[in-house]
Design a protein around this ligand. Structure first.
Ligand code: NAD
Length: 465
């Protein structure tokens, strides 16, 4: 088709055919997608991600392919139940009627995805959109072109354009798409661009899911098992080379255990990546020159402001390599504490009272994730009760993403709406209420003309129902 308007119009015309599919037909589509990812295109996917930012094959399997396969498995086992009408109670005042609601497809949806988990964050929402019976236009990130190419090949092989289409390109493509009156937009990316998307959506009152980012803090108190914390944080921070929306952005640690933690953390990093992470097969690269420079500037800026580089700090421009870097004594005005880091740099800040850590977190935007390492249940609960965040892990990180039974998403600046499992299905659906009148309803006795007797009945209703 020639342009986005044509694709949109074709999908709009096709929306009821797609929306009226049975659960079996939708499952068949999801299984075809699974087969493509798991078997037919698996090697191409791994190679594309390696070309895009040297993502290790194992990380691609674990963080791109596996999440989609397991999401498809979960959705296919639950979809029949989700698609059933959901009966609800009808109050006595509506005697003679019954009520239910059902999940109807939103219609024609737009998915705009980022580059950092380019396959996972494109096909993940797509699984929910297909399950809910929508037609979809997908716009993946221009920063991971090899992966976009493979996804395009998969989509064009499996679906006609009037059902699912993937269009490639830079910001102008998103801008043009955002002018169309979609029924839902599912956007994953930065809060800045999230605002652009929401503004554009408001022109058509299009509903939005915004999966955004920000700075996700990690608190470590004096009761924490420091070895376990270091082992898990080092994985959560450096997997995908720190380019993960729910990566621990910075650590807030009690000052009594800071030195010990840094020592343990260094040992763990050496055990993961050896003496030189540049030669490790477990260490990806920064996606492009712009992001490489941004991260390099964070390190230089922190150094200039007197921060201490505890580990790493060196870079190799030729292949966008930044060593695993730990920085302590970071002044508050340092850019690394002001902006989302999105790379392999971990600033460590100290506190003396837990309320200080809580106040610090609350002085910033609501994070996408907040992590707490502690054996102290009271202190953990205090942190949860007195902060706000999209999600929290206690004594681990990042794994909340992998449980389909948990809603995944942020709050305000870190996002609007939820993804995964039933929550993703709901996001792409409209909950349509139905009330059916079976016999003459009691309310009909109150229709005009209004008489004294009817007034007495209303008085009785107000009092007793
Ligand atoms: P981004 O916001 O720059 O880009 C995301 C998508 O929006 C891309 O497809 C891009 O082409 C498009 N885009 C960029 N500028 C646009 C504009 N002005 N108008 C319309 N579309 C535009 O994000 P990114 O750099 O690809 O990804 C990193 C950000 O995404 C980080 O903030 C990260 O935390 C966040 N993120 C969030 C999640 C989540 O699930 N909450 C997951 C991954 C990444």
């Amino acid at each position: 088709m020639n342009n986005y308007q044509d694709i949109f119009d074709a999908q709009k015309a096709n929306q009821f055919a797609v929306g009226n599919t049975t659960y079996k037909e939708r499952i068949a589509k999801l299984k075809a997608l699974k087969q493509a990812i798991e078997v037919d295109f698996k090697d191409q996917i791994r190679e594309a991600l390696y070309s895009d930012f040297k993502k290790p094959f194992l990380e691609t399997d674990l963080t791109e392919i596996y999440p989609i396969l397991s999401e498809i498995k979960h959705v296919t086992s639950e979809l029949k139940g989700w698609m059933k009408r959901q009966k609800v109670t009808t109050p006595m005042a509506l005697l003679g009627a019954s009520s239910w609601y059902l999940y109807e497809p939103k219609g024609v949806c737009l998915i705009i995805s980022p580059w950092n988990f380019p396959l996972n964050l494109t096909f993940g929402p797509l699984v929910s959109a297909i399950a809910a019976g929508n037609t979809v236009i997908i716009k993946p990130s221009e920063l991971t072109p090899h992966t976009s190419q493979v996804m395009h090949a998969i989509i064009s092989k499996l679906f006609p354009e009037h059902e699912i289409a993937l269009v490639q390109g830079e910001v102008e493509v998103s801008t043009a798409l955002l002018e169309l009156p979609f029924h839902h937009i599912f956007f994953t990316g930065s809060p800045q661009v999230g605002k652009v998307v929401m503004k554009a959506a408001s022109a058509h009152l299009t509903s939005v899911t915004l999966e955004l980012g920000g700075k996700s803090p990690t608190i470590i108190d004096t009761s924490a098992n420091l070895k376990a914390a270091a082992t898990r944080i080092a994985w959560g921070k450096f997997v995908n080379n720190g380019q993960t929306c729910i990566a621990p952005d910075y650590v807030l640690i009690h000052e009594d255990v800071k030195d010990e933690f840094i020592q343990v953390f260094k040992t763990v990093i050496a055990s993961y990546f050896g003496r030189d992470a540049a030669t490790s097969n477990a260490y990806a690269r920064i996606v492009n020159d712009r992001h490489f420079e941004r991260l390099q500037n964070h390190i230089e800026n922190a150094k200039q402001l007197g921060a201490k580089i505890e580990l790493g700090g060196h870079v190799q421009e030729a292949d966008n390599f930044i060593a695993p870097t730990i920085i302590s004594n970071v002044p508050e005005e340092a850019s690394v504490l002001q902006e989302e880091i999105f790379g392999p740099i971990l600033p460590i800040k100290t506190y003396t009272a837990i309320t200080e850590a809580i106040d610090y977190i609350n002085s910033k935007e609501k994070p996408l994730a907040l992590y707490m390492y502690s054996k102290n249940k009271k202190q953990t609960q205090l942190v949860i009760n007195n902060t706000r965040a999209g999600s929290t892990c206690i004594n681990t990180n990042v794994l909340q993403y992998s449980n389909h039974y948990l809603p995944f998403g942020g709050s305000n600046n870190s996002g609007i709406g939820k993804a995964h499992g039933i929550f993703g299905f709901q996001e792409f659906s409209n909950m349509r209420s139905v009330l059916k009148q079976h016999t003459k309803g009691s309310i009909e006795f109150l229709f005009p003309p209004y008489t004294n007797l009817k007034q007495q009945l209303v008085d009785f209703t107000l009092r007793w129902f």
